[in-house]
Every structure is written in C-alpha cells, then in structure tokens.
Design a protein. Sequence first.
Length: 105
Amino acid sequence: MAVINIEEVYLYTTLDHTHAECYAMKQWLDQNNVKYVNLHYPAESKADVFAPLNTWWDNVTFDDFPILVYTEVRDDVPVSRSPRRFFTNVADAQASDFLTFAPRN
C-alpha cells in the first residue's frame, strides 16, 4: 500500500487574480517545479465546475477554489484503479508527502 508516484496533477483556480489561496497554491507548485495543468474558471461558474467534482468523493463538497486534484499511484493496485486525491490549501499539501512523488518539469 505504498505510494510510488503521483500523476495527473490538475489545479482548479479562478480567473480572479486577487484570490490569495489560488495564488499561494500556484506559487507553491511553481516554486517546487511541479508539473501540473492549471484550469482557470470564472468565479461565477463555481456551481458548474464543482458539480462533477463533488461526485468523486463521499462526504466532500467543494465550494471554493483552489482545488488540487491528482492520482496517487500505489504499489498494490493497477494505475487505472489508483485513487484520486485532493488538497484545497497549501498548508495541507505541505504537510503531506506530495512533493516526494510529484512529477517535475
């Protein structure tokens, strides 16, 4: 059950460049040279963006940006069945082992 890799890193952010947490998450990823796809959305489209994401996990409801979503590849399951994980703030990402396994530019 050990993590061996992280793949498919997507950062969901708002187009509002004054959103501090979005800026902090993007800056943290960039400073650590993490390879990711930044998906920008207008703030007024939150409901449309979050509706499908809110079906991916039990007891999780997203209501604000940023959301960092990634695939956690483990040694005990095929990649196609690897779990999707997420962070909604930099502090939680920093406290994890995300950077150990994240893809680099």
